[in-house]
Write a protein that binds this ligand. Structure first.
Ligand SMILES: Cc1cc2nc3c(=O)[nH]c(=O)nc-3n(C[C@H](O)[C@H](O)[C@H](O)COP(=O)(O)O)c2cc1C
Length: 319
């Protein structure tokens, strides 16, 4: 029923990815998504090498289904440096990982090395232009991530409804749609635009298996329609729940603060404090606009079931 080039390429039941999420897409969440028939994605940007090994072992102990590793070319861990992404990629290859999603950087950096080692490479892009560049670099598929998404977002501000069909038109390889999807209707919309899969981040935070702090999950459930905003637009734009600190960053930028001043206040480790400690004052809670669609904390299996059933129901509603 839901077979696409993406399900065939990866050997998964449903074309549903849980996007890699710094600090919070750890083994339990990843394994649960893969067990439910989607693709769990382990984020490496905030792990140390020894932690990556442990997490991979935990995923494998919990599921024998395919899963992926996400390498952010701009690692988010406060101790990380420019070499961290290459070290994590090598380690994951040595540990037998064969599906990679690569984000926040040029597809020229990792693709050739990964392809030579027999891996499937999926690059995350914020524009059709970069989707073409990724295709030319030899990736197997792209995740087209619209401005609604949680976490790092593109400078060009391409929203999902325009980005997804533009990316589908621009490339021949499969497109996985991300940014703003939280239910089966969103998934049906993405597939109607020609995407062959969807990637969700925010919806998977509010699940029993995600290690995000309970305060973060509850904030997502309580979020009204416009709960998020983009801050640090002139440096590294990110979408997060509106909190006093994020409000302050937005106001500073509006009043002409320099990139240096913004990044000084943003600091490092704020996402860790927000995601893992539930610190609403000093932390940042990266989150997509789709929080406005999430009303309950449920299990991963329930999210996947709702997506699949909601997709069919949305198709049936079409005139
Ligand atoms: C808390 C959080 C952390 C994220 N960290 C990463 C990351 O480390 N690497 C990455 O490629 N994407 C990251 N993302 C983006 C997600 O993988 C996904 O593409 C995005 O959440 C999809 O949009 P949605 O939030 O509207 O579902 C993050 C998103 C969130 C909400």
């Amino acid at each position: 029923m839901l077979e696409t080039r993406v399900t065939k390429l990866l050997g998964i039941r449903y074309p549903i990815f849980q996007g890699g999420m710094a600090w919070i897409s750890r083994a339990e969440l990843v394994a649960a998504v893969s067990e439910a028939g989607g693709l769990g994605v382990l984020a490496t940007g905030t792990l140390r090498p020894t932690e990556l090994k442990d997490e991979l072992r935990k995923v494998r102990a919990a599921t024998d289904k395919p899963f992926a590793v996400n390498v952010s070319l701009v690692p988010a861990h406060p101790d990380a440096d420019a070499k961290t992404a290459a070290i994590m990629t090598e380690l994951a290859l040595e540990e037998g990982v064969r599906i990679f999603t690569i984000s926040a950087g040029s597809p020229g950096v990792m693709t050739e090395k990964l392809k030579k080692r027999g891996a499937i490479v999926i690059h995350v892009v914020p524009s059709a232009r970069l989707a073409k560049k990724a295709e030319a670099a030899g990736v197997d598929a792209v995740v087209a991530e619209g401005y609604e998404a949680g976490g790092h977002v593109g400078h060009d501000e391409h929203t999902s409804v325009v980005l997804w069909p533009s990316a589908v038109r621009a490339v021949k390889i499969p497109v996985i749609a991300a940014g703003g999807i939280a239910d089966g209707a969103g998934m049906a919309a993405a597939l109607a635009f020609g995407a062959e899969g969807v990637q969700l981040g925010t919806r998977f935070i509010a699940t029993a298996e995600c290690n995000a702090h309970a305060v973060f999950k509850q904030r997502i459930v309580d979020a009204p329609e416009t709960p998020t905003t983009v801050y640090c637009k002139s440096t590294h734009p990110g979408r997060a729940l509106v909190t006093p600190l994020v409000d302050k960053l937005v106001a500073m930028e509006k009043h002409g603060a320099s990139g240096e001043e913004l990044e000084r206040l943003r600091g490092r480790g704020r996402s860790r404090a927000g995601c893992l400690d539930g610190d609403l004052d000093e932390g940042i809670l990266p989150c997509g606009a789709a929080a406005g669609l999430v009303t309950r904390v449920v299990t991963v299996a329930e999210v996947v079931r709702e997506l699949v059933e909601g997709y069919s129901a949305a198709k049936a509603r079409m005139p």
